[in-house]
Design a protein around this ligand. Structure first.
Ligand code: G3P
Length: 220
């Protein structure tokens, strides 16, 4: 199972990268807004590109950068600009008719795409048919509204297996370490985890107690 980190925070990405276990990065406009220092519209684009460039310098793996337009032509223009930043860029495109058109076109240009905001298996199927390299089902946001996000992951995994679909599944909107394990057990290819959840995965109270005891015994 591959682990991506779901953040645009450069410090977090550096620290996660140092662990040597991170395979890629996902960002979205909300995550970019949390780290961007720019307030004027005119500078937003170059600030966004700078952040993405920095991320590409840290992690050698797929880096998702999201378009913000809602029509396919502008999505494609944005995608082509972003794809020029680095060979590892994957264009994140929201699930909608215009997005599907853009994905289909970008596939012909060998530009990889990650169709985001997937909330049903039928959306995942359409994204894969358009040629998406990745789909990002949001399990936590389904849990938030009282639906079981993991059922969505299972539906997509089962469908892709039954149909031999090669599009990779990035489990997104991960809320806790158990989500990561459950997604892995279901056979999803990737979980993209916020930095705090990565740390929660590392720690266990019994491990800390064990380390303290070993050190104490050694010193005595
Ligand atoms: O990157 C997309 C996704 O992981 C967003 O998560 O926590 O905003 O639902 P969240």
């Amino acid at each position: 199972m591959k682990l991506f980190i779901d953040t645009a925070n450069i410090d977090e990405i550096k620290k996660a990268s140092e662990l040597g276990i991170i395979d890629g990065v996902t960002t979205n406009p909300t995550l970019i807004s949390k780290v961007s220092k720019i307030s004027k519209d005119t500078d937003k684009k170059s600030d966004f590109k700078d952040i993405i460039k920095k991320i590409c310098d840290i992690i050698d793996g797929p880096i998702s950068a999201e378009v913000i337009s809602l029509d396919s032509e502008t999505m494609i223009r944005e995608a082509i600009e972003l794809a020029q930043i680095h060979k590892n860029i994957v264009i994140k495109i929201p699930m909608c008719s215009q997005g599907l058109k853009a994905v289909k076109y970008l596939k012909t240009k060998n530009i990889k795409t990650n169709v985001t905001l997937i909330f049903s298996a039928q959306q995942a199927l359409l994204a894969s048919k358009a040629g998406a390299s990745y789909v990002s089902p949001f399990l936590g946001r389904l849990d938030d509204i009282g639906q079981t996000g993991l059922i969505l992951i299972k539906d997509i995994v089962d469908l892709f297996l039954a149909q031999n679909i090669k599009t990779e599944i990035i489990c997104a909107s991960i809320r806790n370490p158990i989500h990561v394990i459950d997604c892995g057990k279901l056979g999803a290819h990737i979980a993209t985890v916020p930095y705090n959840i990565l740390n929660q995965m590392i720690e266990h109270p019994m491990t800390s107690i064990g380390i303290d005891k070993f050190l104490k015994d050694w010193n005595n």
